[in-house]
Design a binder for this molecule. Structure first.
Ligand SMILES: Cc1cc2nc3c(=O)[nH]c(=O)nc-3n(C[C@H](O)[C@H](O)[C@H](O)COP(=O)(O)OP(=O)(O)OC[C@H]3O[C@@H](n4cnc5c(N)ncnc54)[C@H](O)[C@@H]3O)c2cc1C
Length: 486
């Protein structure tokens, strides 16, 4: 690692308005640009600490555009040592100016990566791919999955589970879970991390794995940034063929649709299984299966075999062939379009629930019967199952059945009606409560107001472990206050 900070990420961003902080004033508890005898100097950094300019505004926002908390500074780390030094400084001098938080690609929806009057560490500055081996890759936390794939797919390799959008940081999704259509087979992204290098809330740089400092490793996987800053990760790679055939087919009712999805994740004929619901144009909803089979061009899949025994509406089936990379990056054109028409800039009160398999069809059907197109603001509704046994991270609480469904209302706050956003947020809460009463749980990337008791309830049997890990690794409660847990 060199000291050249403004690396690729910062080439296109103006640092002209940014001012560099050199010391902390313990009396006014502010960061200052000129050191004095009574101020605490900031140790020399390979990167820089910035206290003004567009980077602060970016750090005070996220994809949700609902919560905004202004930090006092953004650290652009030039090295892992910068992060360690700043955490240690904060601890030694009690500079708890609101804590510290990390941003990967700011795709949180409810302020999870923000910190009021604190320091945000922009992890996107650490974005090197260090190694790609036969079975794994060693990457900085700020690397985005898309970048890793650009490097691995030409070698016929890929991380086994990918999020739908791959423009997310490795550190960001490993801090929350990282789910996608391959999860039924491979688990979440946190189930496919082999080793982590972290800076704990005590300012210690530690490498941990399932066999070395396993307690720390288990805590950090989907630990919501509470215990340590992930700086590097060794992630599993699997062999992938060059092509993917995606099958889509439409269903009229939730029970038939989810029943077929469960059959597919149990028989394993596809490599990827997802699905969605969309308005049918007359007040109801239609369900669409999306399943994909990876293949070598010399041996394409047999469509009749792939679709055998499925009960979709006859004539609604379709296939698309793409390269593996284009399949993995299939949302990129849609994202570019949504950005071009301003939808990306709307508030996004997203709700992601995990439902017990036995309750999924009825919960989805009754929820959607009471949901209009405006309630989701034309955002997608995702519904897909995975097998509970594949998901092993302690801090992703899941229903206790063999099959679990992700049910996601990826709302835009449209149309522009006063009170619409708050009623969407209130509806999120009601749906969470209803799902929770049935044994469901929250995927913690959601926009749902949680107080301390909700978090305790959320973690249930592992809450004591969560608190013990906080006491052990971040005793001063420095890290990631935006999650609202401590
Ligand atoms: C369009 C879109 C599509 C998405 N699709 C999926 C999907 O298919 N599957 C899925 O699982 N999720 C999906 N997500 C959600 C996404 O995984 C989470 O919001 C994730 O946290 C975003 O990653 P990020 O890199 O932007 O992290 P940020 O939003 O920047 O950070 C997320 C959390 O992790 C913490 N954090 C970030 N970096 C680190 C680090 N290095 N060390 C410790 N903590 C850190 C932050 O403080 C924050 O609490 C999607 C989000 C969007 C907006």
């Amino acid at each position: 690692m060199t000291g050249d900070i403004p690396r690729r990420r910062f080439l296109g961003r103006s640092l002209a308005a940014a001012a560099t902080i050199v010391a902390f004033d313990p009396v006014t508890r502010t960061w200052v640009r000129e050191a004095r005898a009574d101020t605490i100097p900031i140790p020399s950094l390979d990167g820089m600490l910035v206290e003004a300019g567009p980077l602060l505004a970016e750090a005070a926002d996220d994809f949700g555009h609902i919560i905004s908390r202004m930090p006092v500074a953004v650290l652009i780390p030039g090295s892992i040592h910068d992060i360690k030094k700043l955490v240690k400084l904060a601890r030694c001098h009690g500079l708890r100016v609101g804590g510290m938080s990390m941003i990967g690609n700011t795709h949180s929806s409810y302020g999870q990566s923000q910190v009021e009057a604190g320091v945000v560490i922009d992890m996107s500055a650490l974005c090197e791919i260090h190694e790609i081996n036969e079975h794994d890759a060693l990457v900085d936390a700020g690397v985005r999955w898309e970048e890793l794939l650009e490097a691995t797919v030409p070698l016929g390799k890929s991380p086994p589970t990918l999020t739908d959008l791959i423009d997310l940081s490795v550190g960001g999704t490993l801090s929350v879970g990282g789910i996608g259509g391959q999860a039924f087979q491979h688990g979440l992204q946190v189930d496919n991390v082999l080793e982590l290098q972290v800076v704990t809330g005590r300012g210690k740089v530690v490498t941990c794995s399932p066999t070395h400092r396993a307690d720390l490793f288990e805590s950090v996987r989907a630990g919501l940034g509470q215990f340590a800053i992930v700086v590097r990760a060794r992630v599993r790679l699997v062999d992938v063929p060059p092509m993917v055939r995606t099958y889509t087919a439409v269903y009229a009712d939730a029970a038939t649709f989810t029943g077929d999805q469960v059959m597919l994740v149990q028989d394993g004929r596809f490599d990827y299984v997802e699905g969605s619901a969309s308005p049918d144009g007359s007040g109801g909803w239609l369900y669409s299966l999306e399943a994909a089979k990876y293949f070598d061009p010399a041996a394409p899949p047999d469509d009749a075999t792939q679709l055998a025994g499925l009960s979709f509406l006859p004539g609604t089936e379709a296939t698309t062939d793409q390269s593996y990379f284009d399949f993995a990056n299939r949302l990129a054109p849609l994202v570019a379009f949504l950005k071009s028409i301003g939808v990306w800039d709307l508030p996004h009160p997203w709700l992601n629930l995990f439902l017990p398999g036995s309750e999924a069809a009825s919960f989805v059907a009754s929820t959607l019967a009471a949901t209009t197109e405006d309630d989701v603001g034309q955002g997608p509704v995702l519904i897909y199952p995975f097998l509970r046994a594949a998901a092993t991270a302690d801090f992703v609480p899941l229903p206790g059945e063999d099959v679990v469904f992700l049910f996601a209302l990826l709302r835009n706050s449209l149309p522009f009606i006063p009170g619409h956003l708050s009623s969407q947020l209130q509806r999120n809460r009601e749906l969470y409560d209803a799902a929770h009463a049935l044994g469901g749980s929250l995927y913690a990337i959601s926009s749902v107001d949680f107080d301390a008791l909700d978090w305790q309830d959320h973690f249930g049997g592992v809450w004591d472990d969560f608190v013990a890990a906080k006491d052990e690794y971040d005793p001063d409660r420095i890290l990631t206050p935006g999650q609202g847990i401590f």
